[in-house]
Design a protein. Structure first.
Length: 149
């Protein structure tokens, strides 16, 4: 079985992403890997119709809530990893047009060898808007991708 020096887990707070986080923590502990925990907050679709550079009250409220939720999720995973003795770094990327591109770029920048993601993240409208992050990562990531059910 391959070993990895750098593992990235992308989390969004969904049950599947938290299962993926546990897999990533277990792999990082077993291999002595560094773990990167990433949450990506995309630009809401309606923001594209807004004038560049302006922030509506609804957008501010969206980003404030999304940032608070992301901080909680990332810190939870970071704490679990630290508790397992894993060297870990947590990060949030905000206001980007593509979740998949942001994850892939982050993996490339940090020379990650494995990305771990859940099969499905948040459901309903958000899933419809974002498409399947895990499927797109399998096609476009610069490294191996482990999709956890």
């Amino acid at each position: 079985m391959a070993t990895y020096d750098r593992i990235l887990v992308a989390v969004d707070g969904s049950q599947n992403s938290m299962r993926a986080a546990q897999w990533a923590i277990d792999l990082a502990k077993k291999d002595g890997s560094s773990l990167f925990v990433l949450n990506v907050i995309p630009v809401p679709v309606y923001a594209a119709t807004n004038q560049a550079g302006t922030t509506t009250p609804a957008m501010k409220e969206f980003f404030d809530k999304a940032r608070t939720d992301a901080e909680t999720v990332v810190q939870d995973v970071v704490s679990k990893a630290e508790g397992s003795g894993v060297k870990v770094r947590g990060e949030i990327i905000e206001n980007v047009p593509s979740v998949v591109e942001s994850i892939a770029d982050y993996a490339e920048e940090w020379k990650v060898q494995l990305i771990v993601v859940g099969t499905r993240g948040l459901s309903g409208f958000k899933k419809l808007v974002l498409g399947s992050v895990s499927s797109a990562l399998v096609s476009h990531a610069p490294c191996s991708v482990l999709v956890v059910r």
